[in-house]
Design a protein around this ligand. Structure first.
Ligand code: ADP
Ligand code: MG
Length: 479
């Protein structure tokens, strides 16, 4: 199976962070009572007319700039089809003349993924099918909420440049980080602000032409995206290895059984009868406006990663750096380093111990003060973690919290005596360690010094500073 190559192209829908809808003044807001954020335009009432939202256009341009696209004059079209969540019976979208074309996105590891287009369109309402398995077939009745109808969307279509489920996840994570950094979308997959359709095909060799693809609809988390692609690629490989062929179709991912299922077969290709929307003029943004937007662009994740890695003294790609930037905690990290915190420890604490609620709000100066206690030998890493957890709910200085917990650094004299005592109590192990030291046998050296450090930690009940222990062992080895 390993000789097969998976080919993936993604279509991502991102809801834009505007105050109001794409073509009317109704609020663009998640989580309201059903059918309260509506007006004649979102309900498609006869005689209502669309007015284009300037902010939505600005956000589309911002994304176009962030994805290195060619930003072009564009035309809105009607995509005609019938479904109860779309009261006009057509969706206003961009078809043959989209606003952004021919860009690329760089994954954190440097791989470039082509962007075919990123066009503007309006979202549909949301239907809930009650009874049965949640789908329209077999439902007793259906409910529809038009709050989402007319919410501005960008559909971002990648080229089929992705080659694994892991890369597809990295692409969506990076795209989300860019959307959030550029304040184009809140990027919340759990609220449906970001929805992914994955096109998947397989081929025996990278030199073969692309295989027949299937499109998996509406993947709502990175985990589902990864699992669905893995399942679908294996399904296609099994078919081809059994001498059968892949049928081009739209499939649905079932989170419960971990499989994709046929939704509709592509041969009956949908005919959307696109034509230019007669109620809207073509969109031709001023070059000057585009340049103003470009000049005001915030720093994007790639540059922020470079900056943080340089400050922390680590090489890119670095998972910790990627994560901290994705979570928007890089400013906090940089400020803590500027306040004198040891860069590596600052990064570890933000990555591992400040991921939860309130973590991003911890003042950088306080984090730097905690790290200073740790690197100065007053606190062990485990103790520092405990103090840090308490700092999130208390204004007390880290020293005070540490003292209240009884985390006093061991007196250096006591520590030296303790280490010496353990060395003298284990002459055989010490002889072996000295031998490994003389022979420069790193593996043995590591194992045996681990033995001594472990003994010290046990006897000091975790209060000994690991670095000082290692220093004392070194000192004894030199003599
Ligand atoms: P459609 O209009 O049917 O959605 P597109 O040509 O716009 O078709 O392609 C949609 C997506 O499918 C794009 O993201 C593209 O990269 C991807 N794609 C096209 N061909 C393949 C293929 N053979 N394997 C995987 N993905 C593909
Ligand atoms: Mg499509």
């Amino acid at each position: 199976m390993s000789e097969w190559e998976t080919v993936i192209g993604l279509e991502v829908h991102a809801e834009l962070a505007t105050e109001t809808k794409m073509f009317s003044g109704a609020p663009n807001k998640f989580g309201s009572e059903p059918n309260t954020n509506v007006d004649p335009v979102s309900l498609g009432l006869p005689g209502s007319l669309p007015v284009l939202n300037e902010k939505a256009v600005e956000l589309a341009i911002r994304l176009g700039i962030a994805l290195n696209c060619d930003i072009r004059p564009s035309v809105f079209s009607r995509k005609n089809y019938f479904y109860p969540d779309m009261p006009k019976d057509y969706q206003v979208s961009q078809y043959d003349e989209p606003i952004n074309i021919d860009g690329f996105l760089e994954l954190p590891d440097g791989t470039r993924i082509g962007i075919e287009r990123a066009h503007l369109e309006e979202d549909t309402g949301k239907s809930t099918h009650v009874g049965g398995d949640g789908r329209i077939t077999g439902a007793q009745y259906s409910l529809v909420d038009y709050n989402r109808a007319g919410v501005p969307l960008l559909e971002i279509v990648s080229r089929p440049d992705l080659r694994s489920a892991a890369d597809a996840r990295a692409y969506v994570a990076e795209l989300r980080a860019i959307l959030v950094a550029a304040e184009v979308s809140d990027g919340k997959m759990e609220e449906g602000s970001l929805r992914v359709d994955a096109n998947v095909s397989v081929r025996r060799s990278p030199d073969d032409p692309f295989g027949t693809r299937c499109e998996i609809k509406n993947l709502n988390s990175l985990r589902s995206l990864g699992r669905a692609i893995e399942y679908e690629a294996n399904r296609q490989i099994d078919l081809l290895e059994a001498g059968e062929s892949v049928r081009q179709e739209t499939r649905h991912w079932d989170e419960n059984d971990g499989r994709t299922h046929t939704m509709r077969v592509k041969e009956e290709a949908d005919d959307y009868r696109y034509f230019p929307e007669p109620d809207l003029v073509p969109l031709d943004p001023d070059r000057e406006w585009i340049e103003q937007i470009r000049a005001a662009m915030p720093v994007l994740p790639a540059e922020r990663r470079t900056r943080l890695a340089a400050a922390a003294g680590v090489e890119l790609p670095h998972d910790g750096v990627t994560l901290v930037v994705e979570r928007g905690q890089d400013e906090q990290a940089l400020a803590a380093v500027n306040a004198g915190g040891d860069p590596a420890r600052v990064l570890v604490h933000i990555e591992q111990n400040l991921a939860g609620d309130g973590g991003a709000d911890l003042a950088p100066g306080r984090l730097a003060a905690l790290v200073a206690l740790e690197t100065g030998g007053t606190l062990t890493p485990t103790q520092a973690k405990e103090v840090l957890a308490e700092m999130l709910t208390s204004d007390a200085a880290p020293e005070e919290i540490a003292a209240a917990k009884g985390f006093e650094a061991m007196d250096t004299g006591d520590l030296t005596a303790l280490v010496d005592g353990i060395i003298d109590g284990h002459p055989d192990e010490w002889a072996q360690l000295a031998e490994a030291h003389a022979a420069d046998d790193q593996k043995k050296l590591k194992k045996l010094s681990g033995f001594f450090t472990g003994q010290v930690m046990r006897q000091s009940q975790g209060k000994a500073n690991g670095k000082l222990v290692a220093d004392r062992i070194q000192e004894r080895l030199q003599t």
